[in-house]
Ligand binder design. Structure first.
Ligand SMILES: [Mn+2]
Length: 291
């Protein structure tokens, strides 16, 4: 794992005491079923971030000046359960220090730990999941902490809203609240305001990168046709950051390939866009809207 600062930012913006944002890399890939490689996700993401321009045109901001502390990676991998526990404790520790906590995976099972930490720390939490897969199985291959189960606990303990879903097992239907699911094949209709209307004030966002269409993000473990595109995703994210208190987020399932770098850059830009929106819109009110 790189010991450099996030995105090569100057030391004065990278120190824990000054930084408003904490980034926790979790290079875990213990339970993935098909293509391995999500453990290489954080390094590829960080490398792309170092080669990205840090002025955000849309928000006219340089959000890195709020400070981004790159935490030591969570490397516990002796079992899925122990990894989840380590992610949970690390996340909770930084939330308690009043940081805006973000994570980069690794496979989606890491979110079991992050969501547990956020749902204990923020009242009445909504979890918004962007994902090709439902991930609602209670257990898979002998573990409740398998990537295929990433959202099961969230579906029982938080207000879960699922976006972009286009692959699931029939057994998952009993754990799914279809009123709060925006399937891939329904995303051509107006759906964003409906989804926003179902959210409580505190929102955590978990982005499985396979939510994106494989034409713009091929480097992921289990790509599915018919996914989200760039600007519609940004529009939805921006709406959430404007209308809700987004308390944190994670991004998972980048499975980098040697000869395909555009996915790494999409992930890097997505992360930076979300920080830019967070700090541009955290005190947003409708009257200030200049659009
Ligand atoms: Mn997933």
């Amino acid at each position: 794992m790189s010991k450099k600062n996030y995105a090569g930012i100057p030391d004065k913006y990278a120190r824990i005491d000054e930084a408003k944002v904490v980034l926790i890399p979790v290079p875990y890939d213990g339970t993935s079923t098909w293509q391995k490689g999500a453990d290489k996700g954080p390094d590829a993401f960080l490398e792309a971030s170092e080669n990205m321009e840090l002025y955000d045109i849309e928000t006219r901001s340089e959000v890195y000046k709020k400070g981004v502390y790159l935490a030591p990676a969570v490397t516990e991998d002796s079992s899925p359960e122990k990894m989840v526990e380590a992610v949970y404790k690390t996340t909770k520790n930084y939330i308690a220090q009043d940081k805006f906590v973000t994570l980069f995976g690794g496979e989606h099972s890491i979110s079991i730990g992050s969501i547990k930490a956020f749902s204990e720390s923020f009242a009445d939490l909504t979890v918004v999941q962007l994902d090709a897969h439902a991930d609602l199985r209670p257990e898979y291959e002998g573990s409740k902490c398998n990537h295929a189960c990433a959202m099961h606990e969230a579906s029982k303990k938080t207000n879960l809203i699922q976006v972009g879903i286009r692959s699931m097992d029939i057994s998952e239907t009993e754990h799914m609240d279809e009123n709060q699911v925006y399937f891939g094949h329904d995303l051509y209709e107006d759906w964003m305001d409906d989804a926003i209307g179902q959210m409580t004030p505190n929102v955590f966002i978990t982005i499985d990168l396979d939510a994106f269409d494989p034409s713009i993000l091929p480097s992921t473990g289990t790509p599915e046709p018919g996914g989200l595109f760039w600007y519609e995703t940004l529009e939805f994210l921006k709406l959430m950051f404007k209308k809700k208190n987004v308390v944190g987020f994670d991004i998972v399932e980048l499975c980098p390939k040697e000869d395909e770098k555009s996915s790494d850059f999409l992930a890097a830009k997505l992360y930076y866009k979300m920080l830019s929106y967070k700090f541009k819109y955290q005190n947003y009110n409708e009257e200030d809207d200049d659009e």
